[in-house]
Write a new protein. Structure first.
Length: 157
């Protein structure tokens, strides 16, 4: 029959073994390097967007709002195509949040589940899974804007 002290020692050993296992299995991340990569990739996406706006205004005679709309459409289309060609996931793996935060990341979060679950059919595959990743962003974004708008209305700002 084990004593209480032996059981506690065994539990402590199991905890140490588990912590050691987690330490071995957890990938080591260089936060500085990851932030630099995110900055470079996110900056490159934003520079591309600014270039599209400048081209729209300078070469095609669009006003700022029209050029911005075209920029959004082109970046979304590019992200969806790159997701379909399995290029965007590589960019996300390399640049992390730099690829996920701009509008291209949102397009990727809608396109990726649609592509992944298309084999399950249009209704139960694509229809049910398309907003798996983007759904919470939409839900809480809409809720936050509603609450802020209600607050503004009630406080008369």
């Amino acid at each position: 029959m084990e004593t209480e002290k032996e059981r506690r020692m065994e539990t402590e050993k199991e905890k140490r073994d588990y912590q050691e296992y987690v330490g071995k299995m957890t990938p080591k991340v260089n936060a500085g390097l990851q932030m630099a990569k995110a900055f470079v990739l996110g900056g490159a996406i934003c520079c591309l967007g600014q270039w599209i706006i400048n081209m729209g205004m300078g070469n095609f005679g669009l006003d700022r709002q029209e050029a911005g709309s075209w920029c959004s459409l082109i970046l979304i289309a590019a992200a969806v195509l790159l997701t379909g060609w399995n290029v965007y996931p590589s960019l996300v793996k390399w640049g992390g949040a730099g690829a996920l935060v701009p509008i291209t990341g949102f397009a990727n979060s809608v396109a990726a589940p649609a592509i992944e679950y298309q084999a399950e059919g249009q209704v139960f595959g694509v229809g049910c899974k398309i907003f798996t990743i983007a759904g919470p962003v939409l839900l809480y974004g809409i809720l936050a804007s509603f609450l802020l708008g209600l607050g503004q209305f009630l406080l008369g700002w």
